[in-house]
Design a protein. Structure first.
Length: 272
């Protein structure tokens, strides 16, 4: 690994060398002459590629909705978490994303300097209302954990809907509630439009602001801002009851009921 010292620095492939950036520094490495992969490493590469593509889809959907910055650490962290979701599939030879395993993304934090518990002293609750939209309820706050220089604390919710097949995603945000940083606040609710038939990751974002002469300014100290997945809601599965077809003039035959022993629980495995 060599450090780039020239005035013009680059990232990517250039001839037989590759330039890359770590933090604020630029480095060089030579390309390998031959890459040998075992069958196991090839499978791992496919899994990582599938997780990375979904991670890029999620980040693209969130672009412009979150105030927190996305860096390389966040990208790797999100890809690793999605890879863990993918690897839990033990039903298919070619692993797939299974909706119920996305619950492992709960408590995933999009900030590296602080998690939600450090900037929000209460725990919000999440429900899907009758219209399919997301409602996030934030309890009353007696004392805010805000930047000492902040005049207000901004709180809003963001919903990321993963469409079937997990190749597309869309996101929407609620209105931001601005609370005075030096005063207690009453409980309130945030509403976010969402697709009721998609896996939905609900993110709660807390930021600090200075309001002067009616204009608000975001404070960039990342120790006092956080965005975290607080819930993952499953799609509403439609239950279809099929009527048994009976020929005209024939009588419906009663179905045989198998006796069930007391205390015996029968599980019916399902493939997704």
């Amino acid at each position: 690994m060599a450090k780039q010292t020239s005035l013009l620095k680059f990232t990517g492939k250039l001839g037989n060398v590759i330039g890359y950036k770590v933090g604020k520094k630029y480095y060089l490495r030579s390309m390998p002459e031959e890459v040998r992969q075992s069958p196991h490493s090839k499978v791992s590469s496919r899994h990582f590629g599938k997780a990375s593509r979904l991670g890029a889809t999620v980040r693209h959907a969130l672009h412009g909705l979150l105030h927190v910055k996305q860096d390389n650490k966040l990208i790797n962290k999100l890809n690793g978490s999605l890879l863990g979701v993918l690897r839990q599939d033990d039903l298919h030879r070619q692993k797939r994303f299974i909706p119920r395993y996305f619950r492992d993304l709960e408590r995933f934090c999009f900030t590296t300097h602080a998690d939600l518990a450090k900037v929000l002293p209460v725990q919000a609750s999440v429900v899907r209302n009758a219209g399919g939209n997301i409602e996030v309820t934030v309890p009353a706050i007696l004392k805010h954990l805000a930047n000492p220089r902040a005049t207000h604390v901004g709180i809003r919710a963001v919903a990321v809907c993963l469409e079937r097949g997990f190749t597309k995603a869309n996101a929407a945000a609620s209105e931001m509630v601005m609370l005075k940083a030096d005063e207690p606040s009453a409980a309130f609710s945030l509403t976010v439009p969402a697709d009721r038939d998609a896996v939905t990751c609900v993110i709660l974002e807390v930021t600090c602001w200075q309001v002067e002469h009616g204009r608000r300014y975001l404070m960039g100290n990342q120790k006092f801002m956080a965005a975290q997945i607080i819930a993952v809601l499953q799609p509403e599965a439609a239950v279809v009851v099929r009527e048994e077809h009976v020929p005209h003039g024939a009588q419906r035959q009663p179905r045989m009921q198998l006796p069930v022993m007391p205390g015996l629980v029968i599980h019916h495995p399902q493939r997704e």
